[in-house]
Structures are given as structure tokens and as C-alpha cells.
Design a protein around this ligand. Structure first.
Ligand code: NDP
Length: 282
């Protein structure tokens, strides 16, 4: 039997519609329209597209956005000063510095300078610490989107074996905490894991966030498992995930496609975080 395809476009549209309706309720109740500030340093065409999509999503959700496009030779000090000013500005609810930044800028220092109350990307050390401590503040958008997709399948995570392949700050590590908070039994794999296929085969929920095209084949998957593919890899044959979709979909119970799975969730969760930041600041 073929796996159920988890439609990230549909789920993200549902999340965005929910956020739009909550924004309208918030504003109707006297709240100020939430505002997201975005910052790009330099001229990276991919960053321009990502940020333009985020602005469009804000507009569709009834929120505002402002953009700061800085020249590529902006100094670390000037960028930190802008981040600090945005933090002090009462009219701004969320701050997002689009990564990557040019080589002369230390991204960790910039992200650490974002006011935790406005850290809508959820990547600052304060947000990471709160999440690791089991008292989440802002949750990083991609991992939050993964949880939303798993919930969409109706899977009960309590007591489930969840295996994550990848331990990055951006995806793998936040997912460890989010899945633990949902009472899953969590295993995190990485490049040094022995018998990766054997460990993955134990998973009721298998999440791949590796960056290696089609690494996860059918021999990694327990029949009926939920398989979430975070990977986005550009190859000669177009965009592919970390999961070998065709053969794995014959074994899994549910699976996300690439594109159209986790990808669209990231912006939806950013909208959700921006509203959340505006609410808590109000
Ligand atoms: P990183 O490169 O930061 O981390 C990759 C992780 O995979 C590391 O922990 C690494 O292990 C592990 N790994 C690498 N090779 C292997 C292997 N052969 N076997 C087992 N583990 C391995 O990547 P990210 O977490 O930032 O991204 C992962 C993927 O997700 C990428 O394709 C990226 O494009 C995509 N992505 C998609 C997003 C979306 O919106 N859908 C958002 C963010 C990322 P070790 O720690 O030992 O080096």
C-alpha cells in the first residue's frame, strides 16, 4: 500500500488562515497590528526571494512588515546597532536577520543580540536554552512546522519511538526537545551513528534533516512509519529531499514530499511566531 502524502502546502495554508483569523481577533480587541522587521546584509538573490515571500505572507495574514536592506560591506558593529535599535523599538514585534550573512560578520553574535521577546526565528541562545529546559519561548520555525505536520497525521507521540537524523542547531537539536516535550522516546542520529539504517528502522516517526540527497532508503523505514523529510537538496534532477521518496512511500504509512512538505511550513510558523510575539508584548 502507498503511504499517505502529507501535504505541506495544505497544512501551511491552514496555519496561515488560522493566524490571519487570530490577527483579526487580536486587532479587533484593541491590539496593534503586529509588525515583523527583516534585515538582509548584501545582495544574495535567494535571500531576497525568501524575505519577499515572508513580507507577502505577513500582508496576507493582516500583519505589517518593514525591511532593512544593508550594503554587503556593513560592519558587524553597525548591524548589531540596528538589531539593538529594532529591539528597543516599541513598534516592532518580530526581528528576523536573514542568513547567511557575509563572511566578515559573525552570525552567532548577531542572532544572540536579538531581543528574545522578538526572536521570531527562535534561534537565539535564550530561545534555545528555554526550549532545552522544557519551557519553550520562541520555537524555531522549521522544527515547529515538523511537529505541526506530525500532528496533522493524527499520530500520538506519547511513547512513540521518534528518530531524528541530523543534530543541527537549526533543525535536529530543537526537534529533540520538542519531541521529548510531547513524551516521545527520542533518538538523535548524526554522521558518527553506527548502523544508521538499523536505528532508523525502530522509528514510529522518522525525521531526516541531513542534507544528503536520498540518504534514507526503504531499508531505513519501519512499515507504517511516519516519515518527515526536512532535506532540500538541489541536484541535476531538480530539488530532492534526504529521503528516497518513491521506494520509501511503498513502506511508510505517511510521508512528506519534497518540494511541498516541510518547506512551506517554515513561513507559516514564522507568521505564527510573529503573532505570538505581538500578543506577549501586548
Ligand atoms: P546541517 O548541515 O547543519 O546538519 C546536518 C546534520 O546531518 C549533521 O548533524 C550531520 O552530522 C548529519 N549528517 C550528515 N551526513 C550524515 C550521514 N551520512 N549520516 C548521518 N548523519 C549525517 O544541516 P541542517 O540541519 O541545517 O539542514 C539539513 C537539511 O534540511 C538540508 O538539506 C537543508 O537544506 C534542509 N533545511 C530545510 C529547511 C526547510 O525549511 N524545509 C530549513 C532548514 C534546513 P554531524 O553533526 O555529525 O556532522
Amino acid at each position: 500500500m502507498l503511504a499517505e502524502i502529507i501535504d505541506g502546502k495544505q497544512v501551511s495554508a491552514e496555519v496561515r488562515a488560522r493566524v490571519a483569523s487570530e490577527v483579526s481577533e487580536f486587532v479587533g480587541g484593541g491590539g496593534r497590528v503586529p509588525v515583523l522587521a527583516t534585515v538582509i546584509v548584501g545582495e544574495d538573490p535567494a535571500s531576497e526571494v525568501y524575505v519577499a515571500n515572508k513580507h507577502r505572507a505577513c500582508e496576507e495574514a493582516g500583519m505589517k512588515s518593514v525591511h532593512h536592506g544593508l550594503p554587503g560591506d556593513t560592519s558587524q558593529e553597525d548591524l548589531l546597532a540596528l538589531v539593538s535599535n529594532l529591539g528597543a523599538d516599541d513598534g516592532i514585534d518580530g526581528i528576523l536577520v536573514q542568513l547567511p550573512v557575509p563572511d566578515h560578520i559573525n552570525p552567532d553574535e548577531v542572532v544572540a543580540a536579538i531581543d528574545p521577546a522578538k526572536d521570531v526565528d527562535g534561534l537565539s541562545p535564550v530561545s534555545a536554552g528555554l526550549l532545552a529546559g522544557g519551557n519553550p519561548g520562541m520555537i524555531p520555525c522549521t522544527p515547529a512546522g515538523v511537529i505541526e505536520l506530525i500532528d496533522h497525521t493524527g499520530t500520538d507521540l506519547t511513547g512513540a519511538d521518534a528518530v531524528i537524523v541530523g543534530r543541527s542547531k537549526l533543525v535536529g537539536r530543537p526537534l529533540i526537545s520538542l519531541l521529548l516535550d510531547r513524551n516521545a522516546t527520542v533518538t538523535a542520529c548524526h554522521s558518527r551513528t553506527r548502523d544508521l539504517a538499523g536505528v532508523c528502522r525502530r522509528a514510529d516517526v522518522l525525521i531526516a534533516a541531513v542534507g544528503v540527497p536520498r540518504l534514507i532508503g526503504p531499508e531505513f523505514v519501519k512499515p507504517g512509519a511516519v516519515v518527515i523529510d526536512v532535506g532540500i537538496n538541489r541536484t541535476g534532477n531538480g530539488l530532492v529531499g534526504d529521503v528516497d521518496f518513491e521506494p520509501v512511500s511503498k513502506v511508510a504509512g505517511a510521508i512528506t514530499p519534497v518540494p511541498g512538505g516541510v518547506g512551506p511550513m517554515t513561513i507559516a510558523m514564522l507568521m505564527s511566531n510573529t503573532l505570538r510575539a505581538a500578543r506577549s508584548r501586548a
